[in-house]
Design a binder for this molecule. Structure first.
Ligand SMILES: Nc1ncnc2c1ncn2[C@@H]1O[C@H](COP(=O)(O)OP(=O)(O)OP(=O)(O)O)[C@@H](O)[C@H]1O
Ligand code: SF4
Ligand SMILES: [Mg+2]
Length: 384
């Protein structure tokens, strides 16, 4: 069997706390090929950031238990020595962090930090390293990079810091880039500029990108494949077309419902998925989405309460974790589609670019679960 460039298998991360063991990542599997982008979506607390930190070897093993396998071009990282994983970071794999301050040192200038990142991995002179730092600052849209390299992180606005961090991650043209909410603090123009930069890096170097975002418009624009996470587990995965046009998991239906329709008043309030995300300390015995799922009664024998559904393949690419029969899922999907009046995008999205017609600032999965949408609102039209 050929192995993907990044191959994550049964990844688990547990944090012991005073209240009990937090199962932040609970058996996650996915893979990404070179030159491809995988988006990870899910409500706040579903384990997206912990998954990416685990891949990058950034989980503190003294305060967390981590098991499973992560292969980077065949090299296993979970069982590898910390220094071995450290030597891969920056050059072979890099991460854009959700919190810009977490990767910038407050005591050093931006220029010094970026130049150091170049010098660790490239045999170049100091002035060449500073030159690369300046060029990359310009590419991420920082005006006056000559002056900015002398600034300290606290001299910069949040948006500027985020761009510096993006520059840091891109400096050594990593083969794997994990971008955790890379454009959240940026305005729409800069966001588009950064996404273009990621695309050109990918085209030039065949970078594999794992993109974590709450913005479904960004997912549609950037991703080849999508993983939907809930309660530390992958509950559905597939191509971007599978997830936008043939979603089969009740939770995915809820997430997609948070995308506003173009043919209704923009003031329409997005409906939350009723209920709260699960406690990761006392996970339900059966399906982790059971307390919020309006469809559990359709499954005979209370299986949603007692049996954990497996992630079952529907096609080689598309897999779903749900006890409903496939025919039942499709029937519900069709009903919801009719109720929605066409497709979830409203206004007829292009099947090859699922949200191309509705790329708006509103097309985000809000981190606050109370602002994501109701599963009663939608599913999508099959383009075929
Ligand atoms: N060091 C830690 N100790 C205990 N629990 C933790 C730790 N780090 C993360 N968690 C918990 O693990 C869960 C998953 O967190 P994670 O940061 O991966 O969520 P996320 O999906 O990235 O959410 P968001 O969309 O808000 O960024 C959360 O419940 C979080 O509280
Ligand atoms: S397994 Fe049951 S509770 Fe879980 S999503 Fe499917 S129907 Fe809902
Ligand atoms: Mg996060």
């Amino acid at each position: 069997m050929t192995q993907a460039f990044l191959d994550v298998r049964d990844l688990r991360v547990q944090f012991p706390t005073e209240d009990g063991l937090v199962n932040a990542v609970d058996g996650v599997d996915f893979s990404v090929e070179k030159g491809k982008t995988l988006a990870i979506v899910g409500e706040s607390g579903s384990g997206k950031s912990v998954t990416s930190q685990a891949i990058m070897g950034l989980i503190n093993r003294k305060s967390a238990k981590m098991t499973g396998e992560v292969y980077l071009e065949g090299e296993e990282l979970v069982g590898a020595r910390p220094e071995q994983v450290r030597s891969l970071r920056g050059k072979r794999m890099a991460m854009i962090f959700q919190d810009p301050l977490s990767s910038l040192h407050p005591f050093y200038t931006i220029g010094k930090q970026l130049a150091e990142a170049v010098l660790v991995h490239q045999k170049v002179s100091k002035s060449e390293a500073y030159g690369q730092a300046r060029d990359m600052l310009a590419r991420v849209g920082i005006p006056n990079p000559e002056r900015r390299i002398k600034d300290y992180p606290h001299n910069l606005s949040g948006g500027m810091r985020q761009r510096v961090m993006i520059a840091m991650a891109l400096l050594n043209s990593p083969e794997l880039l994990i971008a955790d909410e890379p454009t959240t603090a940026l305005d729409v123009t800069v966001q588009a500029q950064i996404l273009d930069l990621l695309r050109s890096l990918q085209a030039e170097f065949g970078t594999a990108i794992v993109l974590i975002t709450h913005d479904l418009g960004v997912v549609a624009d950037m991703a080849d494949d999508v993983v939907v996470m809930y309660g530390g587990r992958v509950v559905e995965r597939g191509s971007v077309q599978d997830i936008y046009y043939r979603p089969e998991m009740p939770y995915t239906w809820g997430l997609l419902g948070s995308v506003p329709r173009m043919d209704v008043d923009r003031g329409e309030r997005l409906q939350p998925i009723p209920g709260q995300p699960p406690s990761l300390i006392r996970l339900p015995k059966g399906c982790v989405f059971r307390p919020r799922c309006p469809y559990h009664e359709l499954v005979p024998g209370n299986r949603c309460d007692t049996d954990r559904p497996d992630l079952e393949p529907i096609t080689p690419e598309h897999a779903v974790r749900c006890h409903l029969e496939p025919a039942q899922r499709r029937e519900i999907a069709a009903e919801r589609l009719t109720a929605r009046g066409g497709n979830v995008a409203g206004g007829g999205a292009d099947p090859d670019n699922p949200t191309s017609t509705r790329r708006t600032e509103d097309s985000t999965l809000r981190t606050d679960p109370a602002s994501t949408a109701s599963p009663a609102t939608t599913t999508q039209e099959d383009p075929k």
